[in-house]
Each structure stands twice: as C-alpha cells, then as structure tokens.
Design a binder for this molecule. Structure first.
Ligand code: MG
Length: 403
C-alpha cells in the first residue's frame, strides 16, 4: 500500500490534522436481503426474531418499516403490533458476513488503516493519503459509489478529524448521505446537538442530565472538568473532552495476527490445580494491564498448557464482546483450564494469549447505572497507576499470591 507505513510517516502523522472516515451501512441486514430479493425494495421489511414466537428483537428494519416507529433492538412482538403487514425475515446465516467481507475489501484498497467495528461499520484513516487518492471528500464519494455499484447497498459516511466526530457525522448523514465536519469546527458543530448524539450517552443518562437542566452539548460543555470528574471519575474526564469534540483514539488496523501473551515455566512441574490457576491469574493480570495501557480490548482468549512430557496444548474461546477486564479474561482462561486439566496432568508451562484486538468504543456505559462496571474500571485504572509507580508485584489479586 502506498500510503502510511514508514516510521517517519507514522511520526509525522502525530503532527498532522487527521482525516478519518466512519462508514456505516444503512439498515444493513435488510439491504442485503433486498439485494438477494429485489421485490422487497420499498416495502416495510424487518429482520429479527420470530414475530409470533414472543421472543427476540428487531435486528434491522427498512426505512419504510421505521415510519411505523420500528427500530433496532425493539422486541419483535412490538414491531409486529406496530406494523402487522410488514415482511418479517429471520435472517440468512453466512450471507451478511460475505457481504461484509466484500465491503471491507473495498475499504482496504483506500487505506492500510481500516478498523472494522462490526459487520457493517468501520473507520478508515485517510491521513496522508491525499497525494494518492485525491481530496478526502472525493475519496469518500468514490467509496460510497463503489459500495453501491459493487455490493448494491447504501452507506452513510462521516468525515472528520477524529473517530468521535466521524461517527457522529455518519449518524447525521443517514440515510445514504455524506457529511464532513471541517477541522477546527468540532466544538461549534456539537454545541447545539442534543447530548444523546454523543456515543456512550444512552437514553437513561439523557433523562438524568435533563433533570439537571442539561440538554444540549453546549450545556454539557459548560460544566467544569472538576465537577464532571468528581461525579463520574475517569468517564467524567472523557465527557469533558467529548463535549468539545476531542478524541485521540487511533484507527487501529485490523490485525488478526497481533496478540498480547504472557507465559511462564513453573519452578517445578505441578499437578496442583489451584496453584496453576493462581499462576494463570497472575499472567492474566499482566496481559490485561497491557490491554488497558494501550487502550485496546481482546475478544479471543487462549490458554497454553505444556505438560512434563513437553506435550503442548492450546485452547481458545471467543467472547461475544471484547474486554480488557481481568475477571472476564480470568474466568474464560480458568474455564478452558478446568476442561483440560486432569489429575494425572503435571503442568510444566502455562500461558495466556489475547487476540482479535480492537480499540473499539466500549459497550455503551450508562452513567447512573452499571456502577459496578464503572467502579471496576476505576479500580483497574487505579491499580494500573499504582503498578506503574511501584512495580507490577505490588498489587496482585488474592488468588495470585503464590509465594
Ligand atoms: Mg449500520
């Protein structure tokens, strides 16, 4: 690929205004179904659970269906009540990922830095690609048209100097639109918008803020940093930056081969499951703190086990959502270990590997709910800080203390 790559180039990138696209397919599952069966076009179509089975949600709704108040994640039975004559489809396994691969094949040709966020959504970093591809807007138009002609579906594209603003822009460009937020205009663009436009501020938080008289991003931006931090900790700091359109998160190359791993050979071969698990816990903590340091999360967790006969076995588990939390990773690793370990096993070496790494936005955090997750995050950050200062061994989980 001609743009990006060399260390000098990467170094220069730090000083350049970035040029980021967020590309998001419109009603993806439905659009794919329409390509397969063009007679569906222009009709209210809903892909999701069984409308008569009483379970499941709407995975995607066509824009015609949305006119009836139908939207993603709504219970499918409610969708049926709102629009009984809609065409309900259960979805076609394997089809959506094939379409997704074709879309990302297109994106990969425009930049070496493409970060998929889901099957139908991703970021493309075009910084420094102007000489090769021309102005960003022209490139975005070309990408948009290429997806339409080669794959047959509509995309919306946001263009901005960072991922946060590009995502907001693509949301506002829907359906089938392009929107660019000019460099330097981020805060002014956000100011009049309702705070719910900011990714990570969910409907419950919107309600809670409303009770405090905060409706627009301008209202939010008027709150002092100290207050936000006092109430929301680290998340308060991020809110302060988001309200100003600031986001430094890099577009991370899709790289299935990259991994973070830790392994250790035991001082003596061991058949003590509890001892091996506590060693694993220690390795997990080391690997997870590296994830948090780099601001990334892992979806695939692997365990490596070598026995006294030097026979090595690895087992992996893929989580539904990427994580950087010790306890989630440890529970997974411990589960894999318990399946492999038998009384006769004498363990020589254990290892933990984290792959399918992503810098994606964490699952939506409600400010006034899920305090557990928030508190945990705060706790982990505190732990990482102490470790930075005093060295890794200064804090270990109880079960990690093996000596
Ligand atoms: Mg989409």
């Amino acid at each position: 690929m001609a743009c990006g790559g060399s260390p000098l180039h990467l170094w220069l990138k730090d000083f350049m205004v970035r040029s980021i696209l967020h590309i998001d397919m419109d009603a993806f599952f439905v659009s794919v179904e329409e390509v397969r069966d063009p007679s569906l076009k222009g009709k209210p179509v809903i892909v999701g659970g069984d409308p008569d089975g009483g379970r499941g949600v709407v995975a995607a709704a066509s824009y015609e269906a949305r006119k009836y108040g139908i939207h993603s994640a709504q219970p499918i039975t409610r969708a049926k009540r709102l629009c009984p004559h809609a065409i309900f489809l259960r979805g076609t396994q394997g089809l959506y990922s094939k379409f997704s691969a074709r879309i990302f094949d297109i994106l990969d040709r425009y930049s070496p830095l493409v970060e998929p966020m889901s099957l139908d959504e991703g970021y493309v970093d075009l910084t420094g690609c102007e000489r090769l591809h021309g102005p960003t807007i022209e490139t975005a138009v070309r990408i948009h048209n290429e997806i339409k002609t080669k794959v047959g579906i509509n995309a919306s594209i946001g263009m901005a100097t960072n991922k946060l603003m590009a995502k907001i822009a693509s949301g506002m460009a829907k359906p089938n639109g392009l929107l660019r937020i000019l460099p330097g205009h981020e805060a002014a663009f956000l100011a009049p918008l309702p705070i719910g436009r900011i990714p990570g501020i969910g409907p419950k938080s919107v309600e809670e803020f409303k009770r405090m008289g905060i409706r627009t991003v301008r209202d939010l931006a008027a709150l002092p940093l100290e207050l936000l931090e006092e109430v929301h900790g680290e998340w308060g700091h991020r809110l302060y930056e988001k309200a100003r359109g600031i986001s430094r998160s890099p577009v991370m190359k899709r790289d299935d081969t990259r991994s973070i791993s830790r392994e250790t050979t035991l001082d003596k071969d061991s058949n003590d499951a509890a001892f091996v698990e506590s060693t694993l816990s220690w390795l997990v903590e080391k690997a997870a703190s590296q994830l948090r340091e780099e601001g990334i999360r892992a979806r695939c967790i692997s365990l490596k086990l070598r026995d006294s006969n030097f026979k090595t076995v690895t087992r992996s588990h893929t989580l539904t959502e990427a994580t950087c939390e010790d306890h989630v990773i440890f529970d997974t690793v411990a589960g894999l270990f318990r399946k492999l370990f038998t009384r006769g096993t004498r363990v020589r070496l254990v290892g933990v590997a984290l792959t399918s790494l992503t810098s994606g936005v964490p699952p939506q955090m409600e400010l006034f709910e899920n305090l557990d997750a928030k508190q945990r995050q705060k706790l982990y950050q505190g732990i990482d800080r102490i470790r930075d200062k005093y060295g890794f061994r200064s804090i270990l989980r109880g079960s990690s203390v093996i000596d």
